[in-house]
Design a protein around this ligand. Sequence first.
Ligand SMILES: [Zn+2]
Length: 258
Amino acid sequence: MFRQGSMYERLYEINAGKPWLGRMKPFRVVGNVYFIGTYQASSHIVDTGEGLIMIDTGYANTAYLVLHSLHELGFDVRDIRYIVNTHWHGDHTEATAAFVDLSGAKALIGREDAEKAAQHFTPDIWIDDGDTLSLGNVTMRFMHTPGHTKGTISFFFDVEEGGRTLRVGSFGGAGLNTMVRSRFDFEGCREAYRASLHRLMEERVDVFLGNHTWNNDTYGKSLLLCEGKENPFIDSTLWGTFLHDYEKRLDEVIKNDQ
Ligand SMILES: [Zn+2]
């Protein structure tokens, strides 16, 4: 299991063919939201009371780790009704076909990513800007936030925690790796990415879910949670800070890759 102290070394080993070193202990993030992912790729479960919504499935070679985490929390894979895929890249979607196979769930992806996603799974539902997904006590609202890929989808929904209603939000594709010319997903992606950041900044988010653990320090915060500290995932400032920081990073990437 992943341990702190050598994160980058460990990520190197993970990428060099030892995916199991990225295993993380699954935990409840907030309300009815659970982390079941690995250090290299986040996966979340939302327990709606009438079935589960899974968000991103991770790499194919970590499917067994994610499945193990799901079971460790007491869930049954057959209760997954929907799998939301934030964008077509393999670190988020490679295991989707396996989880569809085990659960019979419907797989969702942004309309503009559906064609490329087909190399990993067969999308059942194509998401457009403003679409919603309702199941049990959850209504998820989707925002089309192109940039990292053409069909990147971000999402928002409310949870209850300690008598409060909190807004959960996630940016479906923050990675700046595709802002480098040689790796563009589509023409105009930089402008689209910036516009997406500005739209996302308009949203109030109390709990920022990263679709990579380094976006919101999922790992460090999970350790604090285990120590019984006040829930570090509830932080209404992180969303804005993160988005502004990524706009600065975008400027840097553009400056260095004219
Ligand atoms: Zn990606």
